[in-house]
Design a protein. Structure first.
Length: 731
């Protein structure tokens, strides 16, 4: 307490001296000192800055300069643009932080092929093979944050100087290559703010002016020295740094690594705070850096911290007329009009790619920039998997406004590697695993093409290759392909597993396709190959099919869902094969299957879902290798995997999930509990169908490895099964 009083007395003396020596400058009269704010980094704890700003405004205390780092830069930058504390809270609440901080682009923003990648290989991190094996430069590109920063800074465009903002502003970043501090004072404001918050290894860095920039907190977490150099006579620093952990948290590699970073940040913070006349340290000990949803609670802590130092701060308060003059001066420099764009250009990409992207954006020019439409286009750009950080601003030129979209290719690829680890079990003695990877590269043989190679090992195995080549910009493409697939299925008799059936199939095919929209695909094709299906183990033999295969194929697919554990949207897939020749079938026949699922929110935390599927061989008895199957998690879960089989099948389910929590940030996403009713049958003729019903319940988690499901099913009679699944889309 005595230490705080001594600091307050010294601060009052410094303030009195500054009043006597203050020269007149813009936004400050000769009768008062110029006040500068230094807002520190601290992730979600930085919401406390908003409360400090609200208290200052309520007590008519002017802010003439702002400098910020990381979250302090975001809050300070928004305030410097003229947004009120209430508006800044609204911006923060408008972001779905759970989605914004995920390691991957939101599922709903992905193009159809990238959605296939996510469903087939759900591990969250995509590895690169540019020159060598590479990890991503950050766990998350935080695309949604980049879009928000672009949107709120749109009226200010490409600034010659941040001094022209309603409140002069600076933000701090670090050149990770040279190790130098970089004070950002001009250029696209969204990009400067995004660079200042690029926590190394967590958020992808920003390339700007030939430098690779990351979070300024590495060298200057509370930039009091920067705001002093801007011309502030009185510097108020707001420190929301995390306290050092005690010994109990230092018994692991991760704990020691976190403490090492915290010590480094704490030391540079102590040094910078020597430049401040007053340090506000909101009591944010109960707020984690990942608590991005506790906005108003954290904001209130900042307000309380300012109120505690009211005695000092009120010496800076203006009378009502001077406050009105200050607000009028600040308001005169505020821009709220959305600029018009006469043309669109793309920066950061090779010329041929930039031309293609800018051509898509020309339809948005000739009018005031419509951020909602533009961001939908840019989300699809991000969803193609070809680009990293994306943002936008309007630059003024002799020809009028120019919409400039900045897009950077990922630094670690292409080529890219997607991976999966799929596990499914309905018995402790039978755990089925598949370790898979997908190699994807772009523009290998022609512009816009993709080479995709899959490999998987486990109980089943596969090797598959496809060349996807667009024919035009209207979505037409060709796709020749080769594959080898080995699959093993259990055979059941009266509920008991009695043997295994193994199939090996080599296939070559050619498809002509069309993307009617970013969420859909239509294919027509032909394939030929060889199939061998035979008993692999056990006494019960289903029979042997061995011979050539020729078939025509049609596939229609639509995926409008928002994730692998969806909360809204529909997914529909129709696959039809006209077998001209296949072993076990004496005559040509048609086989078709339709699968669909529908999700919709039910209140704030609930989700309702409905699935419907069916398959038919249209009166032709299908050979064993081409039969449809039911059984296993969420497909009549009280039965074994693929226990029910036939030439026809019908299945439907209806259920409800409720969100009960979430995993730690960067470990995964939401956690649900849910239950469903399932009903279906596999049969040769509908008149002979023996329909079965099940009730299933369990726990579903979104993890880095994909969906994880623990549950159980109860069927008719004594049928009951406990099971788990990892890496399989739900359901």
């Amino acid at each position: 307490m005595m230490r705080r009083q001594a600091i307050a007395c010294l601060s009052l003396v410094a303030l009195s001296c500054s009043i006597l020596t203050t020269p007149p400058v813009r936004a400050a009269s000769a009768q008062r000192p110029r006040v500068g704010l230094a807002l520190g980094g601290g992730a979600a704890r930085g919401y406390a800055h908003i409360g400090v700003l609200r208290w200052l405004e309520e007590h008519r205390i002017p802010v003439d300069f702002i400098a910020g780092t990381s979250m302090g830069a975001l809050v300070g930058g928004a305030y410097a643009m003229g947004y009120s504390p209430g508006e800044i809270v609204s911006f923060a609440e408008s972001l779905d932080w759970d989605t914004a901080l995920q390691p991957e682009v939101p599922y709903a923003s992905l193009t159809f092929r990238r959605k296939e990648d996510r469903r087939d290989y759900p591990f969250a991190l995509t590895f690169g093979l540019r020159d060598r094996f590479r990890l991503p430069t950050g766990l998350s590109p935080v695309h949604a944050v980049g879009m928000l920063l672009s949107r709120i800074s749109l009226p200010y465009g490409d600034l010659y100087s941040f001094d022209s903002l309603p409140v002069p502003f600076r933000c701090v970043a670090v050149d990770i290559e040279s190790g130098e501090q970089v004070v950002l004072a001009d250029g696209p404001l969204w990009q400067a703010l995004r660079a200042s918050m690029a926590i190394p290894g967590v958020f992808t860095p920003v390339e700007r002016g030939g430098r690779l920039l990351v979070d300024g907190g590495l060298l200057n977490n509370v930039p009091a020295d920067v705001v002093r150099r801007m011309g502030a006579d009185v510097v108020i620093a707001v420190d929301v740094s995390e306290d050092l952990a005690d010994r109990s948290a230092l018994d692991s590699l991760l704990g020691l690594a976190n403490q090492s970073v915290a010590v480094m940040v704490l030391n540079n913070t102590r040094e910078m705070l020597r430049h401040a006349d007053l340090v506000l340290a909101p009591d944010v000990r109960a707020i984690s850096g990942a608590d991005y949803t506790r906005i108003r609670e954290t904001e209130a802590l900042g307000y309380a911290a300012a109120a505690e130092r009211a005695r000092f701060l009120e010496t800076l308060s203006l009378d009502e007329q001077s406050w009105k003059d200050y607000l009028r001066d600040r308001e005169s420099r505020k821009r709220r009009e959305i600029p018009e764009a006469e043309k669109a250009t793309v920066a950061g990409l090779p010329e041929h790619e930039a031309a293609g992207v800018s051509a898509r954006l020309q339809k948005l020019t000739g009018q005031a920039v419509d951020s909602a439409r533009l961001e939908r286009e840019l989300q699809r750009l991000q969803g193609s998997g070809r680009y990293g950080i994306v943002g936008y601003h309007v630059a003024q030129s002799a020809d009028g406004g120019e919409l400039v979209v900045t897009a950077s290719p990922p630094r670690h690829g292409p080529p890219f590697l997607n991976t999966s680890f799929r596990v499914r079990s309905t018995r402790l003695t039978d755990i089925q695993m598949l370790l898979g990877t997908r190699f994807t590269t772009f523009d290998r043989f022609r512009r816009g093409d993709e080479v995709r190679i899959d490999a998987g090992v486990g109980r089943n195995a596969l090797v598959r290759a496809e060349w996807y080549a667009p024919l035009s910009r209207n979505g037409l493409f060709i796709a020749p392909r080769l594959s080898y697939v080995k699959s093993v299925q259990d055979v059941f008799v009266t509920g008991r597993r009695v043997s295994e059936q193994q199939a090996r199939e080599v296939e070559a095919g050619f498809d002509l396709g069309w993307h009617p929209g970013p969420d859909s695909e239509i294919r027509l094709g032909y394939f030929t190959g060889h199939l061998l299906s035979s008993p692999a183990a056990g006494l019960f033999k289903l029979g042997r099919d061995d011979g050539s295969v020729q078939a025509l194929r049609a596939r229609l697919a639509y995926d409008g869902q928002d994730g692998l554990v969806p909360t809204r949207g529909a997914r529909v897939e129709l696959l039809a094969d006209w077998y001209l020749q296949t072993p076990g079938a004496p005559d040509p026949y048609l086989s078709a299957e339709l699968r669909s699922s529908f999700y919709r929110p039910a209140g704030e935390r609930g989700v309702l879902f409905l699935t419907a599927s069916g398959g038919s061989s249209f009166g032709q008895g299908a050979p064993v290798s081409r039969q449809f199957t039911l059984g296993g998690p969420l497909r009549l879960g009280a039965y074994g995997v693929n226990e029910l089989r036939g030439s026809e099948y019908l299945f439907g389910s209806a259920g409800y999930m409720r969100r009960v929590g979430r995993l730690p940030q960067f470990a995964g996403g939401k956690v649900y509990v849910g239950a469903s009713v399932e009903y279906g049958a596999a049969f040769e003729r509908l008149s002979d169908a023996d329909f079965a019903a099940c009730i299933s319940a369990g726990l579903v988690m979104e993890t880095l490895a994909g969906p994880v499901f623990f549950g159980g099913s109860w069927g008719e009679g004594s049928r009951r099964t406990a099971y788990f699944a990892i890496g399989h889309p739900f359901p």
